[in-house]
Design a protein around this ligand. Structure first.
Ligand SMILES: Cc1ncc(COP(=O)(O)O)c(C=O)c1O
Length: 506
């Protein structure tokens, strides 16, 4: 008889014997028994199903994309579009000679989006633009084009051309800091205030001088989804030209708003209808409704894309212009957005954008009805379909506590962050409404948010603080594990290190 707590002989013997792994199985194979390699590639291969399952299992630790309300990036495409993307994954879009049909699809997208943004073209003339990996690449290219054009003009006028600057809101997305730093352009920031987060057009114009290569206007602020007043900015720059002879153009960062505003607020003048707007970027993978990896850069005309930035590739005897930063990318990133454009048409886009705008207004009303939150973005299509909100009054917990408690309740990913520099004492939460954020999902979120508040109300300040501390320790140790050091910006040139700016997730 074996007494409880005693190890039987049978057990002892078995533990000594080496396990006879069966490599035709997934679990039970020697590969599954080992840790997945972290630093050094294993010497031996493993069956592909085992590799699939083990990687799949690792990825189960990720959040659920559909519940990730932090991100603008598309988490749903219909199965026909997905199928087409999969079928074209193995084509390199840059091989113009081998894949002329893909090139043609890219040109169609550029033309359709350019016309949506009112590019001044005739039927016979194509729009000037290119696909990019996202808005970041498009913004770097557009900044480069502005810098190069300014340099050419300065050289021709025999004036110094070594101190270019660009004027923008300090609430720009991090890619603007990349663009200006990589291209050695001084950033001139218009700062937010406690109650104004979009650019003040007059302050922007006041920062301009003969070294200004352009002003950036944002259609859909990452923090609050607001649309900057690009028309007023343009009018004020017209006045500057009249007063001082400085002809300064606008680039519109329409990463998110580019595929929303034309359908929700078609009369809003923000695009090529304004002669001062010379380039625009938009992300195909945000409200362009395609999976990650696609953006668009568009120019008003060839005049604003200096010829010396263009590389010419011959395809089937015809000249194809290339002006991207990277070379190879999958044709899936061209096929996907084209399919979405033709599948939905303008009325489909209108229906989707208006309906998610309604959902975001509904969510804002529900949150307001709790009496606990202040809504920070305008409604009825006057901003992106999202809700940016903060806690009202005095509470013994803050927006970060709401975000982390909500995460542990229903797996919701709703980020909390501080507002841009000079308004950083404001903390906010943001829910991005994408097309797969249905009304019933919205109701479930409100229910969980209300329960989160009830829970936090009942917890003591000390308990909340100790939970906060635990969370921060956990994050630090995770960062150390993954990167070998604690995260944190050691560079003292960024807005983050100078002002503590947190880059809102996208
Ligand atoms: C206003 C704005 N500009 C640029 C970007 C960068 O876009 P992408 O992720 O497509 O590079 C974002 C991302 O959220 C954004 O919100």
């Amino acid at each position: 008889m074996v007494l409880l707590g005693e190890v039987s002989d049978v057990h002892k013997d078995q533990s000594k014997k080496p396990i006879a792994y069966v490599d035709s199985l997934v679990y039970g194979s020697s590969a599954a028994a080992r840790e997945l390699p972290e630093f050094e590639m294993a010497e031996e291969p493993m069956p592909s199903e085992t590799a699939y399952q083990l990687v799949h299992d690792e990825l189960e630790l990720d959040g659920t994309p559909a519940l990730n309300l932090a991100s603008f990036v598309t988490t749903y495409m219909d199965s026909a579009a997905e199928k087409l993307m999969m079928e074209n994954m193995n084509k390199n879009a840059i091989d113009y000679e081998e894949y002329p049909a893909t090139v043609d699809l890219q040109n169609r997208c550029v033309n359709m989006i350019g016309r949506l943004f009112n590019a001044p073209t005739s039927e016979s003339e194509g729009c000037v633009g290119t696909s990019t990996v996202g808005s970041s690449e498009a913004i770097i290219l557009a900044t480069l084009a502005m810098k190069r054009k300014w340099q050419h003009a300065r050289k021709a006028a025999r004036k110094p051309y070594d101190r270019p600057n660009m004027v923008m809101n300090a609430a720009v997305q991090v890619c603007w800091e990349k663009a200006t730093r990589y291209l050695e352009v001084e950033e001139r920031y218009v700062y937010c205030t406690q109650d104004r987060y979009i650019i003040d057009p007059q302050e922007a114009v006041d920062l301009c001088d003969e070294n200004t290569i352009g002003v950036c206007g944002i259609l859909g602020l990452t923090y609050t989804g607001e649309y900057e007043d690009i028309k007023t900015l343009s009018d004020k720059l017209d006045q500057l030209e009249k007063d001082k002879g400085l002809d300064i153009k606008i680039h519109v960062d329409a990463a998110s708003g580019g595929m929303v505003a034309p359908f929700c607020v078609p009369d809003l003048e923000w695009d090529f209808r304004l002669p001062r707007v010379v380039s625009i970027n938009t992300s195909g993978h945000k409200y362009g409704m395609t999976y990650a990896g696609i953006g668009w850069a568009l120019w008003r005309s060839k005049e604003y894309l200096p010829e010396d930035l263009i590389f010419h590739v011959n395809y089937l005897g015809a000249d194809q212009a290339s002006f991207t930063l990277n070379f190879s990318k999958s044709a899936a990133q061209i096929v996907g957005p084209l399919t979405v454009l033709i599948r939905n048409g303008k009325s489909g886009f209108r229906a989707i954008m208006q309906s998610i705008t309604e959902t975001s207004d509904y969510l804002a009303a529900q949150l307001e009805a709790t009496g606990r939150f202040t809504i920070m973005n305008p409604r009825q299509g006057k901003s992106l379909p999202l809700v940016a909100f903060r806690l009202k009054g005095d509470n013994h917990f803050n927006e970060y506590d709401v975000a982390s408690t909500l995460r542990s309740r229903g797996n919701w990913i709703v980020p909390a962050y501080t507002m841009a520099p000079k308004a950083e004492s404001l903390r906010l939460l943001r829910v991005v409404c994408r097309m797969d954020f249905s009304r019933s999902r919205c109701n479930a979120l409100v229910r969980d948010l209300v329960q989160t508040l009830e829970l936090l109300d009942k917890q003591s300040k000390e308990a909340i603080e100790s939970h906060r501390e635990l969370n921060s320790k956990h994050k630090k140790s995770k960062a150390k594990h993954h990167h070998g050091h604690e995260s944190g910006n050691k560079d003292n040139n960024t807005l983050q290190s100078k002002t503590g700016k947190t880059h809102a997730v996208c």
